[in-house]
Design a binder for this molecule. Structure first.
Ligand code: IPE
Ligand code: IPE
Ligand code: MG
Length: 248
């Protein structure tokens, strides 16, 4: 796998090497379980386990950031027992992840409306933030109670409050980006959606302005490291022009 990025002298166009930041919409858990005659919740457990494998692989091959969509602001519409099981799995997952972070020096950040989560989950999120401050290197971001539009609205509200308090800089794209949950994290280079749907479902609307999209019918619990290699190879065959022209 090629890992070098080639940038033209103007720095505007590049033949992509290894994506620095990969974002994944973790979709297809329910259908994966249904095909096996299992309850949908079994698919969420398999999906959580797969996240662990893919995150470790990303770290090992030198990807700097992995951002996954685990629970959207719209997912509260699901049956109560499914939501309850997902929240319980997330709690268990974060708890175990805290041990891994300390052992492997991994940074992990939760992006989303954390205040809408249970006090137990909020405490785990605070703990992951605290640990992350101690380390550098690979960072996994988990989008929880996340919606792209609500992220933009909360950013606008916080900017307006800072402005009213006389503490805001002039508004530019860069300044505004600093009010998003993803402040300080570079934009995703590659956005992967397993599970067969070809839509963005309110994920990283601001940040994916120039991401390369990759869709596959493979369901998330079956999306293994070989599938990730395929997605990266597809990305490396793209020509990122950022609105420029190929041979001026
Ligand atoms: C993604 O899998 C997980 C969440 C949205 C929480 P789904 O639960 O959406 O699985 P499908 O799309 O119904 O198969
Ligand atoms: C997107 O998947 C949200 C997450 C994976 C967390 P959904 O299954 O909720 O999306 P739709 O309903 O197919 O758009
Ligand atoms: Mg789905």
């Amino acid at each position: 796998m090629s890992t070098a990025n080639t940038t033209n002298p103007a720095g505007e166009r590049e033949t992509p090497g290894l994506p620095r930041h990969i974002a994944i919409i973790l979709d297809g858990n329910g259908r994966w379980a249904k095909r096996r005659g299992l309850p949908r919740t079994a698919g969420h457990a398999a999906g959580a386990e797969n996240f662990r494998k893919i995150a470790t692989y990303c770290k090992n091959i030198g990807v700097e950031y992995l951002t996954v969509y685990a629970f959207s602001t719209e997912n509260w519409k699901r049956p109560e027992d499914e939501v309850r099981t997902i929240m319980r799995l997330l709690g268990r997952y974060l708890h175990e992840a805290i041990d891994t972070m300390e052992k492997d020096h991994i940074r992990m950040k939760v992006l989303g409306d954390v205040q809408g989560l249970s006090p137990e989950l909020q405490a785990l999120v605070a703990r992951t933030d605290e640990i992350s401050e101690r380390y550098e290197g690979f960072q996994a971001n988990i989008c929880l109670n996340y919606g792209g539009r609500s992220e933009i609205v909360q950013a606008a509200r916080r900017y307006a409050a800072a402005l009213a308090a006389g503490q805001a800089e002039e508004l530019t794209e860069e300044v505004f980006g600093g009010y998003l949950y993803s402040a300080g994290i570079p934009d995703p280079d590659l956005l992967i959606r397993p599970g067969g749907e070809q839509r963005v479902s309110n994920f990283l609307l601001w940040q994916c302005a120039y991401a390369e999209f990759y869709f596959t019918d493979v369901l998330w619990p079956d999306f293994d490291t070989a599938e990730l290699d395929k997605a990266i190879a597809a990305y490396q065959a793209r020509d990122r022009r950022y609105g420029g022209v190929k041979n001026p």
